[in-house]
Design a protein around this ligand. Structure first.
Ligand code: CP
Ligand code: NVA
Length: 300
């Protein structure tokens, strides 16, 4: 494993190794055991979109590993003024030991990896959000004690979160059921991957997708960069909500996850959100541990 660009690139073994290391690093942090695996190393963090969790968890995680994080806003970098990513990659590779990037186009992340000579970590693109899904899998395993054989249901937009969840959950042996409106299905590349699995289902009925689910997950109806479509999307996604009625279709002990930020009374009701806050905020915490594991795997 040289980079973390998308879940499609990871083997099941690599996912399990990351989750195991993440559990270990969480234990060590909680027991005051130092783990300076990246002493003297630097991570550049390029942000072309906003972030609360990704920025703070990578920055803190790098510090806890003994390394140094640099926050690089695209407003300040020459990349924001049109310097090609191919050149940025070759320059930054000479200063840094790794790059985390949050941007729009997946091709930009792939180009950084192709032209640079240091590990690249995808901190979210329009196509996928692998760091979030590693934290989600870690959280599911923590609460349920296993992954294989569980059913994950995703309700809403066939977006970056849906894409990474489909691939990640199928790779670890979970059944996956997706409910999204016909015009908002995941891209062909993801559906082609999922088509290899008998335990994958896509429907436009949230109730059908949620049937007997162990884990229910949703995400915002309009992602970053889609602010202009918000009104149209509110109409298209009406009914694609995790609420009490939908929870009744799932297993009685089903857990709920949300990558955050959440829009209450849109994709999830305030009531369900607060009833499952324990899982949702553990999920947010696990970003820290899962990403530290990724950085150690790639950069130590
Ligand atoms: N879930 C997530 O990636 O959050 P941020 O946008 O705050 O980083
Ligand atoms: N789908 C959301 C996820 C935010 C973490 C977005 O891309 O804005």
């Amino acid at each position: 494993m040289k980079h973390l660009l998308k879940m499609l690139d990871l083997t099941t073994e690599e996912i399990t190794e990351i989750l195991d290391l993440a559990d270990q690093l969480k234990y060590e942090l909680n027991h005051g055991i130092p783990h300076p695996h990246l002493k003297g190393k630097t991570l550049g963090m390029i942000f072309q979109k906003a972030s609360t969790r990704t920025r703070v968890s990578f920055e803190t995680g790098m510090y806890q590993l003994g390394g140094y994080p640099l926050f690089l806003s695209s407003n300040d970098l020459q990349i924001g003024r049109g310097e090609p990513v191919q050149d940025t990659a070759r320059v930054l590779s000479r200063y840094l030991n790794g790059i985390m990037i949050r941007t729009f186009e997946q091709s930009e992340v792939e180009a950084l990896a192709e032209y640079g000579s240091i590990p690249i970590i995808n901190g979210l693109t329009d196509f996928c959000h692998p760091c979030q899904v590693l934290a989600d899998l870690m959280t599911i395993r923590e609460f349920k004690g296993k992954l294989e054989g569980l059913k994950m249901c995703f309700i809403g937009d066939g977006n970056n979160m849906a894409n990474s969840l489909i691939v990640g959950c199928l790779k670890v042996g979970m059944a996956v059921s997706i409910a999204c409106p016909d015009d908002y299905q995941p891209p062909k590349e993801i559906l082609d991957f999922a088509a290899q699995y008998d335990c994958f289902e896509m429907t436009n009925s949230p109730a059908q997708a949620a049937k007997d689910a162990d884990v229910l997950i949703t995400d915002v109806w309009a992602s970053m960069g889609q602010e202009d479509e918000a009104a149209k999307r509110r109409e298209a996604f009406a009914g694609y909500q995790i609420n009490d009625e939908l929870m009744a279709c799932a297993k009685a002990d089903a857990m709920v996850l949300h990558c955050l930020p959440a829009h209450r009374e849109e994709e999830i009701t305030e009531k369900v959100f607060e009833a499952h806050a324990k899982e949702i905020f553990e999920e947010a915490e696990n970003r820290l541990h899962a990403q530290k594991a990724v950085m150690v795997k790639l950069m130590a």
